[in-house]
Design a protein around this ligand. Structure first.
Ligand code: DX5
Ligand code: ZN
Length: 216
């Protein structure tokens, strides 16, 4: 399967949000990655439901919404109504993850589960068949533009093996510090979706950067 690219809107110019969403529409990107942070689960506050709705008004690509919030189960219907296609909750924030995953799917969205860098892959053993996407955090969540954590490569390999053994359809998404130095190794290791914030939006030609990240 050809890998997918999900530019992260966190690195966009929020004063020119429409312009940046239109740029993604016109690009070869597959999803728009939207980072929602509550200042409790992570030490930063980014954007919430009204902004997701505003992005969705302009977006022509599916919204891949990454919730970095406590009690994500309380906002499933709201994010569906705001336009999310994929809704990802953190393993560390979800006491009743199985219930939350099924509630996301019952609301017609793909269900994603994100793991912080310290959270081991084996904890997904009893849920991997039920989820559509695993988001491996390759930085500590909260901020764009951080350095890639190298231990992610071995997590990709372990996750890929679990997915194969259990015949799961889950996609592997890598979030944080994706650059031209590591994207090929990640794809070759089994990553299906690469999130890219700083690499896309800090470049002088974001459209061309997305093209290059789509190359095998
Ligand atoms: C970090 C966010 C990421 C972030 C990635 O908490 O979940 O999606 O936007 O940004 P870069 O690609 O700049 O590391
Ligand atoms: Zn993210």
């Amino acid at each position: 399967m050809k890998h997918k690219i999900a530019p992260s809107i966190l690195s966009a110019d929020f004063a020119n949000l429409e312009r940046d969403v239109v740029m993604i529409n016109n690009s070869n990107a597959d999803y728009i990655h939207v980072d929602v942070m509550d200042g409790v689960f992570v030490p930063n506050i980014s954007l919430g439901l009204p902004i997701v709705k505003a992005i969705n008004k302009v977006a022509q690509k599916p919204l891949d919404v990454h919730l970095m919030i406590v009690k994500p189960e309380n906002y499933i219907v709201e994010f569906k109504n705001a336009g999310a296609s994929i809704l990802t909750v953190h393993f560390e924030a979800s006491t009743h993850l199985h219930r939350t995953v099924f509630a996301i799917k019952e609301n017609g969205m793909k269900a994603g589960v994100a793991l912080n860098p310290h959270t081991p892959i084996y904890l997904l053993k009893d849920i991997i068949k039920d989820i559509d996407l695993v988001c491996l955090m390759s930085v500590n969540p909260g901020f764009g533009g951080q350095k890639f954590i190298e231990n992610t490569y071995s997590k990709v390999a372990e996750l890929k093996e679990m997915i194969t053994i259990q015949n799961s359809n889950a996609m592997i998404e890598i979030d944080g510090g994706v650059t031209f130095d590591n994207y090929k190794k990640l794809i070759n290791g089994g990553a299906d979706v690469l999130v890219a914030g700083n690499t896309v939006f800090a470049s002088s030609n974001p459209l061309e950067t997305i093209n290059l990240l789509k190359k095998q």
